[in-house]
Ligand binder design. Structure first.
Ligand SMILES: Nc1ncnc2c1ncn2[C@@H]1O[C@H](COP(=O)(O)OP(=O)(O)OP(=O)(O)O)[C@@H](O)[C@H]1O
Length: 256
């Protein structure tokens, strides 16, 4: 592989061992001010698979992702990412996850490039400047590298957040409504990035409110309600009509 191709690769050459699950969650509980949000939630994402996480507003999808990436603590239960137990190996877990969320996790007063170099240092990314430039080119932000993040539009910030999430070649992507704020071109761009990432063996867990996207972009869909998984199905033999009916059956016709 050439040096440039290496720098542009979305995944490390040696992805995690195939016999280790990308995500393994058992009996997860989480409450806010004594109000339970997750109640004994269990979930497994095999390595190299893509999973869509569905559920109405406020059902705990973001809460789950924040626990997986180590930004929030579970009340009880266990979380393992690529075999790493979250109680003992938070650093290793963070190193193997790329996270795109509602918040961009960027510093507004730094420029686009300064942000990526900062995260490059944090994750000890080799030749970080070169890699940052390749990724910024890929997300259509190469011309804005010297602008402060606070001067960017929401969609542009989201594109930089994508470059930040991919910078350290994570083997697992956690994406919280990743299409939010992106225009048509941006949506196509992330679909392309996701397809490439999955084709190279990356694992993906993403939330969405769009059933069509869930079906098109995943190997299995999971619906959560009442703080736990109430439905899980492979997408290969699932139609949109079936998924829509199931969702409406669970949420009583509530709009997705
Ligand atoms: N920091 C917090 N403090 C108190 N309550 C919180 C906090 N974060 C989330 N919650 C509550 O936990 C519940 C689940 O929120 P969460 O953001 O995980 O839902 P979600 O499924 O991601 O929703 P959406 O589809 O709207 O993004 C909600 O009732 C929310 O009000």
């Amino acid at each position: 592989m050439s040096k440039l191709a290496d720098q542009g690769s979305l995944l490390p050459a040696n992805t995690e061992s195939a016999d280790v699950q990308a995500i393994e969650v058992h009996n997860l509980k989480k409450s806010y001010a004594f109000k339970p949000v997750l109640r004994n939630l269990s979930l497994t994402l095999p390595h190299g698979q893509r999973m869509a996480l569905l559920g109405a507003n406020g059902t705990g999808k973001t809460t789950l992702l924040r626990i997986l990436v180590g930004l929030s603590k579970a009340g009880s239960g266990t979380v393992a990412i690529n075999g790493w137990d979250s109680r003992y190996a938070l650093q290793e877990i963070r190193q193997s996850i790329g996270f795109v969320a509602h918040q961009p996790y960027l510093y507004e007063e730094l420029t686009v490039l300064e942000n990526l170099l900062f995260f490059g240092q944090l994750y000890a990314v080799p030749r970080a400047r070169e890699r940052a430039m390749v990724l910024l080119e890929r997300v259509g932000m190469a011309r804005r590298v010297n602008e402060r993040v606070r001067a960017l539009s929401r969609g542009q910030v989201q594109r930089v957040a994508w470059a930040r999430a991919l910078l350290h070649q994570p083997s697992l992507l956690l994406l919280d409504e990743p299409e939010t704020g992106l225009d048509q071109d941006g949506s196509v761009l992330i679909d392309t990035l996701l397809a490439e990432y999955a084709a190279h063996g990356g694992s993906i867990l993403f939330t969405t409110h769009q059933l069509e996207r869930a079906l098109a972009l995943s190997d299995q869909v999971v619906i959560i309600n009442g703080g736990k998984v109430v439905y899980q199905h492979e997408t290969v033999d699932l139609t949109l009509t079936d998924l829509r009916q199931t969702y409406q059956g669970i949420y009583g016709g509530k709009q997705v």
